[in-house]
Design a protein. Sequence first.
Lengths: 460, 307
Amino acid sequence: MEQTLLGFINTLRQHDVRISTSETLDALQTADVIGYSNQQLLRDALAASLTKTRDEKALFHQCFDLYFLAKGERHSEQQQTKTESPHPSQFELPDAVAGDAAVQNALSAPMVQAALEGNNDAVAMAIEEAAEGISLDNVRFNTQKGIFRRRLAEAAGTGQFDRAIDALKAIDSEELAGPIEWLEQQRYVLDMAARDAVEHQLLLNANAAGRAIQQQMLRNTRLSALEHYHLKQLPTLIRALAKKLATRHRQRRRVDRRGKLDMAKTLRRNLAYGGVPFHTYWKQKRKDQPKLVVLCDVSGSVSTYARFLLLFLYSLTDVMPRIRSFVFTSETYEVTDLFERHPPEQAVELVNQKWGRGSSDYGNSFKQFVSEYSAQIDRNTTLIILGDGRANSADPGLDQLRELYQRSKYLLWFNPEPRASWNTGDSEIKRYQSACHFVAECNSMAKLERLLDRLLTVLH
Amino acid sequence: MQDSPATVAVNTLINGFAGAGYIASEAIATTVYLAQQLQRPILVEGPPGVGKTELAKATAQFNGLPLVRLQCYEGLDESKALYDWKYSKQLLYSQVLKEQLHDILQGAKGLAESVERLKSFGDIFYSEEFLEPRPLLKALREKDGAVLLIDEIDKSDYEFESLLLEILSDFQASIPEIGTIHATTKPVVILTSNNTRDLSDALKRRCLHLYIDFPSRALETRIVKTRVPEIPDSLGEQLVTFIQQVRELDLKKAPAVSETLDWARALLLLHATALSPELVQSTLNVILKFEEDIQLVTPEIRQLLKG
């Protein structure tokens, strides 16, 4: 049973539930305390000791059902096929043949013997043992199915049936047709059990290995080149990346907060204690709270990037200052409220639904932004603009951008176009560049991550 | 089938909690049972108002243990959570000592001998006598054990989480001047979090994790009946049905169990026997705490009451 539990933990890990060794020990202890008889209880108890977030709990329940219930079903199914298969009593050999040494030898092989005795559990047990022997846990891809099935079947003992069948065939007697057919059926049952076991294991392992490769790919590919299917998986990746960034920058902030002793204040306040410094006071550097404002182009061509920039930023709220976000196509709208009311993923969807169409009018949007919100931009504000800078040959709104540039602490422009196509066609990015502190190319997750890493360094 | 000892124990817990006025789901009871068996802290997460803090209170009441509560907030540190020195008392003693010092050192020749004599007196100032125990230390020193509730751990700083690790895993606290203080009887530790930020993996690893969601309709009806027993059955059911539906809407803050109970009590005061649209409208502010939410729900009231 311990082995089963370890196998289960392994499966959980492959589904991206993070389980440390100490938690594994906890789980074993848990199972000891709770026992295996009440499945519902065991499930709740293991969930408490193995999973540490709500998402992980959902995954856990899914895996638990898949792993334990499927195992149970497989067991009973096999027993059913067993009872349907011909009963050992149908296996009758003429005395002359039964005495043959070669035949006797072949029939005494353990699996064949078990089948002859009608031992129903033998197949399941042989498969379990064989699975461990050939490390079935390692099956990762669909393409490996064939080879694992063959190996498993062999390890479980199909060879023993083959030899028995061969031994009978060698005698070449018509009377033996029945027994040979019976043996072939037994072999088939074992083979099917092997197939089911491989498929079940594959189902448990599925995606896990593929996912690692995929994530690497997702990070480095240009977002515009990604298929719709892959885009759906990005939020998960973003969350992971954001968590990593957040951890790194949190540590940095801790160092900054350490202060110097304020001698004068300490002495003054401790006069009452005869100058003995019972209370200490620290020099504080008053640091103005940095502010972050994001202005995203959500017109057709760049809306995907806007989505992921917003998603990324809002996944970083732990270490980011308060974010105000705006989107524009031909006009500017504030969307901060949406993000406060909904989880980031949902908010991003809503933004896209509501405003994500049409072509961008930079001139008008900037003008509106400046007239309505420029009071929000001060020397503590970092303003990020996301857009491809293609003004559709209309007014680029450069004067307004310059005003923002002068008011803000930093004005950063993230351009999702590859650098090579900047300044081609109606791209105004070169002129915009003159009114920005920094223009960066950001068209893959890896680049976005790097940019935000630097942004956090600047902000703290 | 014979029930396993664990099943029996969990059922006892559920009944015990019910006696303390807390209706626990099976998952909750299992986790508490496990925490007591494995001596692990429980980290309880969930939306505000689903009874996370109540769980600690019920555990204390059921086990007949004192409840030691530590409310977390930004800036909470060692001196407020674990221990502090009684400075004023130390100061007073130091004044007294100054006078005594003369007597003690009388007859001592030279500095070396004076120092030697002083040494024999040990470290008086940093001894347990001057130690002011704060909640964490108090819980460790409770002779018969205690239920330690660390409330809203997500509100504290990251540094504080690290401070907790020693207590959570080994039930001991290190005080540099004195040494390590071990728990007399290991306390039952319950941490709650509203998930406003991610807690560190190190902390999570040491805890059993329990997520309490809004209760199901049946469970919530039972909670209402237990906590507000005077309420008529039909009204109780109607009210829970209404609340359950309201939670499905896109609200800024969904009404929690505590709000359901408040509402039930409010309706009782108004001598209501059934929900009517007018009644709901006039008491909606009991369950919804944002103007936007009230505006969102108001036009739906009739529809919601139909079920």
